[in-house]
Design a protein around this ligand. Structure first.
Ligand code: PBG
Length: 338
């Protein structure tokens, strides 16, 4: 028997499966939504400066370097917005930069002083400390340079001192972004030996030699000094199997958390690392990605707020447990407004 539907067309003339039914109503769209962005997924990277007040960063409109007098209030605001953690990056005056980067483990340096101020304020927020020498290096590189070579093992010893100084000053998470070999195990040993067995290590396990970091180097003032590129330690953008080896090694060496960086151009790598290793994995929406969205929005070419939220949701869909983003306070405010 042939069933007819009201229009008189036979069943076979229509798609039985209509994907649009679930999309037809706001309530059904909510029911079938697979991923969600919440304030608990955001980490706010902050640039620190020695002098009081705020200094705008030209290539990152809306982002300021923060002085000691405004830092604690800004961090308190982030905590109120529900942001679980911040990441600190110092703008170091040129006269403090040296070939051996000694300022990196001076417990009176800008990062350590800022950590103590945040700790003293008792704010319910985690502090993530960058572990890398570039802000302190007169050569602009993440490692110590000898005869034009970025020397691995001597750099790792400097990183051990830096991480212990930052942990001594109240930092919660040490986040090596330098890409030296063996640094995760070495940091774990140094932190344990210094009595910091509870310190988390967030490894920038998969960090590419990317051209998306330009505005960051303006923000911390490391771009001017840098000669050459970082290709002998950061990864080739052409590779992704190598990313899995890097990330697996760092877990073996004692990393608690992994990161893939940059973000949007590397969602495939993020998804592989998260799925194949099953460890908490963060994405870093880096300065160049931020600048592109801001610039297009300022020209009226895209809706900045919508693109911001869509880009952050994309990280969640690809598997990121959290995202480092300069948009964190804005995104958190938007999420809370509903
Ligand atoms: C350096 C460091 C960089 C970033 C974070 N830590 C830049 C680099 O490797 O040159 C980039 C972050 C960004 O672009 O937002 N240790």
């Amino acid at each position: 028997m042939v069933h007819e539907i009201p229009t008189g067309r036979p069943f076979g003339g229509f798609p039985r499966v209509r994907m649009r039914r679930n999309r037809a109503h706001a309530w059904s769209r909510r029911l079938v939504q697979e991923n969600e962005l919440s304030t608990a997924d955001l980490i706010w990277p902050i640039f620190l400066q020695e002098q009081a007040g705020r200094t705008p960063i030209g290539s990152m409109p809306g982002v300021d370097r923060l002085g000691p007098d405004v830092l604690v209030d800004a961090v308190g605001h982030a905590a109120e917005l529900g942001i679980p953690a911040i990441a600190l990056f110092p703008h170091v005056p040129d006269e403090r930069k040296t070939p051996l980067c000694e300022e990196a483990w001076n417990e009176d340096n800008l990062v350590c002083r800022s950590l103590r101020a945040i700790r003293a304020a008792g704010l319910p927020i985690g502090t993530i400390c960058d572990v890398a020498l570039d802000p302190y290096n007169s050569a602009g590189h993440d490692g110590i340079v000898r005869d034009g070579v970025i020397v691995n093992d001597e750099t790792v010893e400097a990183l051990q001192r830096q991480a212990v100084a930052q942990a001594n000053s109240g930092g919660d998470v040490q986040a090596p972004s330098d890409m030296m070999d063996g640094r995760i195990g070495a940091l774990r040993d140094a932190l344990d030996a210094a009595g910091h067995q509870g310190q988390l290590i967030l490894s920038y396990a998969v960090k590419y030699a990317s051209s998306f970091y330009g505005p960051f180097r303006d923000a911390v003032g490391s771009g001017g000094a840098l000669k050459g590129d970082k290709k002998t330690y950061q990864m080739d953008p052409a590779n992704s199997d190598e990313a899995l080896r890097e990330a697996a090694l760092d877990l073996q060496e004692g990393a608690d958390l992994l990161m893939v960086k940059p973000g949007m151009p590397y969602l495939d790598v993020l998804a592989r690392v998260r799925r194949e290793l099953g460890a908490p994995t963060f994405a870093y929406q880096v300065s160049g990605e931020f600048a592109m969205i801001r610039a297009a929005a300022a020209n009226g070419w895209i809706d900045g707020d919508k693109v911001m939220l869509e880009s952050l949701l994309a990280f969640r869909r690809a598997g990121a447990d959290a995202v480092l983003t300069y948009f964190a306070p804005e995104a958190a405010a938007r999420i809370r407004a509903g």
